[in-house]
Design a protein around this ligand. Sequence first.
Ligand SMILES: Cc1cc2nc3c(=O)[nH]c(=O)nc-3n(C[C@H](O)[C@H](O)[C@H](O)COP(=O)(O)O)c2cc1C
Ligand code: SF4
Length: 548
Amino acid sequence: MVLASEPGYIGTVRIRNRLVMSPMISNMADPDGNTNENHISYLEERAKGGAGLIITEYTYVDRRSGIGSRNQMGMYDERQIPKFSRLTERIHAHGAKIFVQLVHAGAKAIGAINEYKIAPSKTNFDPSVREMDASDIEDVISAYRKAANIAERSGFDGIEIHGAHGYLVDEFLSPWWNKRTDRYGGSFENRIRFAQEVIDAVRSEVDIPVGIRISLYEDEEDGYSPDYGMKIAESIRNIDYVHVSAGNNEPPGSSASFYSPHAHIFQKLRGSTGKTLIVAGSITAREDVDLVLSAADFVAVGRAMLADPYFPMKIITGKGEIRPCIRCNQGCRNLAYGEVRCTVNPYFVVPEPRKIYKGEVVVVGAGVKGLEASLYAAKSGLKVVIYEKEDRIGGQINSIFDASKAREFRQLLDYYGRTIKKYGIDVRLGERYSGDGIYCLPDTVYPDLPDKDEIWIDSNVYMYHDLALRYAAEHKVYLSSYSLTSLDRARRKAYANIARKAGVTIVDTADHYDVSIHDRNQYDIYQAMLSGIEAMRSHIAASENEYL
Ligand SMILES: Cc1cc2nc3c(=O)[nH]c(=O)nc-3n(C[C@H](O)[C@H](O)[C@H](O)COP(=O)(O)O)c2cc1C
Ligand code: SF4
């Protein structure tokens, strides 16, 4: 068992502690794959927050066929070195190390951006994907080699080959994807050949550590098992570390939602790989970190570092309240529409308060909106009194029905409870107040479901997913399948199972719905947080002279 605070080595590189920021596509790079100030600041904040090692988002090596996301980092031209050097300098300035994760998106490359699509074998889901021939294989391997060269010259401390989540390298490793009968398919030895050739090529190009991320298992009915994943980890040679994740077609397969246990990938490990091991997967709290470090060398933390960039420092020092990732897979997974965000962390878009004032402010309502407004005021130096007519804080979070969701959201309320105490905020529960103050009641209240024997729902609003479960105990509930499109793949799959078990019937079409509400920018806790902070910022700006 190692302690999170203990320094460790990957190859020859010393990492100051055992906490690694897991690779996460941010959509913050430029359309040509270059990094920029916004992107650097986002990663820099996580280095400041104490991460020992930052592994960048998946970074394409081939711009003709390898791009997986619209504003993804890409490494393909040595003229990019000055820009990437700025990124590595800024991370190093905070004592962290940085590895780049290199990828070719294979069959999952975006059609509109890439010139063509290639994979080890043709696939049923996309007829435009062509089977790779010997020269494609050679081209891709040399693109990896070139990217590795650029990475080393830009000051990256190591290279991670993305061999997980259904991208090209994984497509070769996986019997589900790889149907080849030549020397790259057919047997286990043949399926790992491509990954090995990529690793050997990268190795021969650079002197920095090289590792591979693999899926320990494919999270699909006909996917491969943890035993197969362990066999890959044990068999790959010439490598400094193995990083285990899970998933199949899409990265969301690896970002399990609140329906699955914490440290779920760790729990599927079978023995030792004999190599330096990094383990990822739903590690959002101190107990999860300790559990993983009981058998792994490093722990990879993804979403918890979006929710709180200072997660590593808080884990290591035991000081400070961690703003908890609730594994909702909402803000962070909404990448089709924008840059990465986090539903519980409004400070992706709002600057932390900088000026300190004197005075007192009254907030009415201790739902998420009022709680965030109060914290903002307290951080600005103001004394805060909150009035809440109910006998507990949390507002609508308290009425979440779904047990898994409620358990995870509860952590957020615990966080508020502790933080309010820390800032000495005076909370008056069970008291109505009608004087001057900042009124923080919800901006949008969606109507309740009608009390009918049969209820037909067509809504992407998360509240109705929850209400469907609640009502199914006593009513016949029909939910349109379209309602689930607001959920990311991992949550959608798990919710559909739970809903069916609860008696909800999921239908593709219906003649009539009792509720038909679609709200792309639905009012969720993120909107409530932003709205509370905005109310307080405007109040402070308008009353600045009074508070100076
Ligand atoms: C927004 C987002 C983007 C991701 N992008 C990548 C990626 O670029 N490469 C990768 O290997 N995994 C990616 N993942 C998976 C994470 O690295 C991680 O394995 C997963 O989220 C589970 O860890 P967590 O529970 O700590 O978030 C992504 C996950 C999220 C939430
Ligand atoms: S959006 Fe939800 S799952 Fe994603 S990082 Fe934030 S709290 Fe975690």
